[in-house]
Design a protein around this ligand. Structure first.
Ligand code: AHG
Ligand code: MN
Ligand code: MN
Length: 337
């Protein structure tokens, strides 16, 4: 019989040397927020029956949209614990200082509370992404400089996938581990220890509706992924959900690449560096993969703005390196002479 390991047990047994209770408990807090959001997500379709977002419910409270709800839950679970000096959320314009009179802690939390929001209303998988940094400046309550750190400085990162089951996947720099929520027990149980990208990739994921908006080099790269024009790419199938967490998770399990390239009118693409690209880039390296903006590792980008976006290529190392080579114009499709 296999062992049953709860996320609490696993975090305790594998906490990094520097982790005192503060860091370990912060991971528990995120797991708790994930359970609350999962519960709400499962009831999202009932909003139409029980009252619409923006309408007033029976207690006289205004119904919140799921992304606002998720943002608020993470904030309210983490603001008063004394473990954080500051937070930043994709849903809020400014950094979120830890309010007085709460004690300030040593960590910084960045998060995309609800990823894949266009999928909420159509009952398709969505997610949450998070990253944890150490506070840079011990003297003040958290400031912008504590949040604007490159993803290389992350001490933990992960995501929650609200799919056919709810999974929490995280790394503290010692491998990537996945936990599946048992809804009856209300516990995350270890289900995927030491996740690693398979060597042979199965899928490429890109929104090909934007083909005309890409540079000729990106177009050639995607044709290469598709196996066209004498491409020597591994044979892959295409999958694109439109929820980064879900697309990324599938590719992590089966091997592959997710791309959100720059576009003519959106030279930075769509994916946010701090809340989406950075945490997943840190995690994918722990699973044997690599993430790039097409020219350099995502981990090396020094953010200058809270909501800055970045072109994004993430997945099997060999596929992402090949994207960099196409973009640097070092290579062409074999048929191009
Ligand atoms: P969010 O819902 O947090 O704003 O993120 C949506 C992102 C990402 O999850 C997904 O990969 C991408 O948007 C899909 O964009 P397109 O519809 O342009 O393909
Ligand atoms: Mn997102
Ligand atoms: Mn979001």
């Amino acid at each position: 019989m296999s062992k049953i390991v709860t996320i609490e047990r696993f975090i305790l047994d594998h906490q990094p040397d520097y982790a005192r209770g503060e860091f370990t408990n912060l991971l528990y807090d995120i797991a708790l927020a994930a359970k609350v959001i999962a519960h709400k997500t499962n009831r999202a379709g009932l909003v139409d029956i029980l009252g619409r977002a923006g309408a007033t419910n029976i207690q006289g409270e205004v119904q919140q949209k799921l992304d606002v709800f998720a943002d608020d839950i993470i904030f309210r679970i983490c603001d008063h614990t004394g473990r954080l000096c500051v937070m930043a959320s994709e849903e809020r314009e400014e950094i979120i200082p830890i309010p007085e009179p709460y004690k300030k802690g040593s960590y910084v939390l960045v998060y995309d509370p609800l990823d894949g929001s266009s999928n909420i209303d159509v009952n398709v998988s969505i997610g949450t992404i998070f990253g944890i940094y150490r506070c840079r400046n011990w003297e003040h309550r958290g400031q912008l400089e504590d949040v604007l750190q490159s993803a290389r400085n992350l001490v933990a990162a992960g995501y929650v996938l609200y799919g056919s089951s709810t999974m929490l996947v995280y790394t503290t720099g010692q491998g990537v581990h996945g936990f599946t929520l048992d809804p009856e027990l209300g516990e995350f149980l270890l289900s995927h220890e030491g996740m690693h990208l398979p060597e042979v990739p199965a899928y490429y994921s890109v929104n090909s509706a934007y083909f005309e908006r890409w540079s000729p080099q990106v177009q050639k790269y995607v044709l290469w992924l598709q196996g066209r024009e004498h491409s020597d790419a591994p044979k892959m199938s295409s999958r694109y959900i439109g929820s980064l967490v879900a697309d990324f998770h599938r590719n992590l399990m089966r091997g592959g690449i997710f791309c959100y390239p720059p576009e003519k009118d959106k030279p930075q693409g769509k994916i946010r560096l701090l809340y989406e690209a950075g945490p997943l880039a840190y995690l994918v390296e722990q699973a044997g993969g690599y993430a790039s903006d097409g020219r350099q590792s995502i981990l090396d980008i020094e953010p200058t703005q809270l909501h800055q976006r970045t072109p994004f290529f993430i997945g099997n190392r060999s596929l992402v390196y090949r994207a960099e080579r196409f973009i640097e114009q070092e290579i062409d499709l074999p048929g191009d002479g």
